[in-house]
Write a protein that binds this ligand. Structure first.
Ligand code: HEC
Length: 156
C-alpha cells in the first residue's frame, strides 16, 4: 500500500516538474521570438535622428533664404558633384527631397562628420552598405558652408 502511494506521489511530482519545465521553455521561446523578430528599421525614426556631430539640433525657418541657396549651390557644384547628382543616385544618393527622409541636423552632421556617421549612425551605416562600402568624403566644410548647402537642398 505504502509502495503504491509513494509511486503515485512520484508520478504526480514528475508530472508537475515536467509541465512546469515545459511551460518555462515556451516562455523563453516566446521572449526569443519577440526580441529577435522584426529588427528595428534604421530609416523608420529619421525624424528624431539628429545624427552624430557638431550640430545637436536644427529647426529650419519657414522661409527659404535665396542668397544662402546661391552660395550653397556653388559649394555643392564645386565640392560634391564628383559623387552626387541632384536627382539620381551616383556614387552617393541623390539629395533631391532629402528633407522628406532626413532631419536637417542629420544632413549637417553627415556633411561635417561623415566618418563617424557611417560608423555609428544607423541610417548612415545603412547608406554605406547601399553604396557598396564607398565612403562619403569629408570635404572639410565649415558649419556655415554646410548650412548653405542644406539651404540649396531645400530647393531641389
Ligand atoms: C567621394 C565621394 C563623395 C563626395 C565628394 C561627397 N559625397 Fe556625400 N555621400 C557619398 C556616399 C558614397 C554617400 C553614402 C554614404 C556612404 O557610403 O558613406 C554619401 C552620402 C551623403 C549624404 C546622405 C544622403 C542621404 O540620402 O541621406 C549627404 C547629405 C551627402 N552625402 C552630402 C554631400 C555633400 C553636401 C557633399 C559635398 C560637400 C558630398 N556629399 C560629397 C559620397 C560622396
Amino acid at each position: 500500500m505504502l509502495k503504491i502511494r509513494i509511486s503515485l506521489l512520484l508520478i504526480v511530482l514528475s508530472a508537475i516538474v515536467f509541465t512546469s519545465c515545459g511551460g518555462g521553455q515556451s516562455k523563453v521561446e516566446e521572449i526569443k521570438a519577440k526580441t529577435t523578430k522584426a529588427p528595428v528599421d534604421p530609416m523608420a525614426n529619421w525624424q528624431s535622428n539628429n545624427g552624430i556631430g557638431p550640430v545637436k539640433s536644427l529647426t529650419l525657418p519657414a522661409e527659404i533664404d535665396n542668397a544662402l541657396v546661391a552660395e550653397g549651390k556653388m559649394l555643392y557644384e564645386a565640392k560634391c558633384t564628383a559623387c552626387h547628382k541632384v536627382d539620381k543616385k551616383f556614387i552617393g544618393p541623390a539629395p533631391k527631397d532629402i528633407l522628406t527622409k532626413r532631419n536637417p541636423a542629420w544632413v549637417m552632421n553627415m556633411i561635417l562628420n561623415p566618418e563617424e556617421m557611417v560608423q555609428k549612425d544607423p541610417i548612415a551605416k545603412q547608406l554605406l552598405i547601399e553604396a557598396n562600402g564607398a565612403p562619403m568624403a569629408n570635404q572639410n566644410l565649415t558649419e556655415p558652408e554646410a548650412r548653405a548647402i542644406l539651404e540649396y537642398f531645400r530647393t531641389l
